[in-house]
Design a protein around this ligand. Structure first.
Ligand code: ZN
Ligand code: ZN
Length: 379
């Protein structure tokens, strides 16, 4: 039996794994049941697995060949979102207020079953690692896995994630999803409180927040590269109408399709915020809440992944660009790995929605693509 037949013969079990993980969604850094289940399944298949890689829930499974070669890795994220599921599915979340609405249960299922398929087939050269990371939605999971030092020696890494219908339909897949860089900012504006009848004695933090919003909108970056910087939350409230507010809290969401434009944008936005506040005698303290890099992916690996997709689906979509972000790209930027992310079509309308339903038949196709790619490299 070849590997594709092996996967076909396990299709019901693959779907059952997904349904089980879907019932037990857990938030970032708390994926205890998910991680324990995956570790147990890997061990049952006789696969070497290291637990608590990041000190909490991260896992690395390894399958080795006899001859020297590259170390190739498949990455899956495990965390869910703080949503109350309203799909009405028989395998809906049993954890109140938590739901797998980004398909990380599918990503974990595909990585687990690729490990099983590759273990069943065996590899001749090099090694393959399966990296199950926590907390992608918190922007911290990949960083913590890198900090463990246990990903050293991985040459290439491929991730996989469901895409929405407008990007890839069921039965389609792209070998590369170029995510944007993201950098959220928290800004604390300090003015001076006063009586509403004597505004000249105060510095109105609500007005300063408006001035800062306008100043940020005047920042211009290279128009050939997609980018945006906008306020997403402004909190200022004295509780009444006749007090000049002293303090405002603002949140900005910055995105850019390249890391160079993000550097430029961040420098200009920071200056605009600081100087706008200073211009009217207020101050603005800026906190960078986190930062994820834009995708920097390997062209050779993309071509190899495209070939594997074509072997399984008959054709591959071209690479796509999206404005969303992924902490996966930390593995390339900080870990020096050659990487790409596969985007798999499932006919989903949207992610991060409590009614999202995926076409589960995509999951075995994802297993086939990852297994084909791994065996093309290592068998
Ligand atoms: Zn997500
Ligand atoms: Zn996701």
């Amino acid at each position: 039996m070849d590997s594709m037949q092996w996967i076909d013969s396990h299709e019901q079990e693959i779907i059952a794994t997904y349904k089980h993980l879907h019932t037990i969604p857990e938030l970032g850094h708390k994926e205890f049941k998910t991680s324990a289940f995956l570790a147990e399944e890997l061990k049952k298949a006789g696969i070497e697995v290291e637990e608590k890689v990041d000190g909490v829930t991260g896992l690395i499974a390894t399958i080795r060949g006899r001859e020297p070669g590259i170390t190739f890795a498949v990455r899956a994220d495990m965390d869910a979102l703080p949503l109350t599921e309203e799909t009405g599915l028989p395998f809906a979340s049993t954890h109140p207020g938590v739901m797998h609405a980004c398909g990380h249960d599918a990503n974990s299922t595909m990585a687990l079953w690729t490990a099983k398929a590759v273990a069943a087939a065996g590899i001749k050269r090099g090694a393959i690692k399966f990296v199950f990371q926590p907390a992608e939605e918190c922007l911290t999971g990949a960083k913590n896995m890198m900090a463990s030092g246990k990903l050293k020696g991985i040459d290439e890494m491929v991730g996989i994630h469901f895409r929405i219908k407008s990007e890839a339909k069921f039965g389609e897949a792209t070998p590369a999803v170029a995510h944007a860089a993201i950098c959220p900012l928290k800004v604390t504006v300090r003015g001076k409180g006063a009586h509403g009848a004597r505004p000249h004695q105060g510095i109105n933090a609500a007005e300063v927040a408006g001035l800062i919003t306008h100043a940020v909108s005047l920042v211009h970056c290279d128009p050939c590269v997609s980018h945006s910087a906008k306020p997403t939350r402004i909190l200022v409230d004295t509780g009444t109408f006749n007090i000049i507010p002293e303090k405002a809290e603002m949140y900005f969401d910055l995105r850019a399709q390249t890391n160079e434009v993000m550097d430029f944008q961040l420098e200009r936005v920071t200056r605009a915020i600081t100087k706008a506040a200073e211009a009217v005698g207020a101050s603005a303290e800026i906190e960078i809440m986190g930062r994820l890099p834009a995708a920097v992916m390997d062209q050779t690996l993309i071509a190899e992944t495209s070939a594997a997709i074509t072997q399984v689906l008959g054709s591959a979509l071209p690479p796509i660009q999206v404005a969303g972000s992924e902490d996966f790209h930390i593995f390339a930027i900080e870990g020096g790995m050659r990487t790409t992310v596969i985007g798999l079509g499932t006919d989903a309308e949207t992610h991060h929605n409590n009614k999202v339903v995926y076409n589960l038949e995509a999951i075995p196709l994802g297993v086939k693509i990852l297994t084909t790619l791994a065996l093309n490299k290592l068998a």
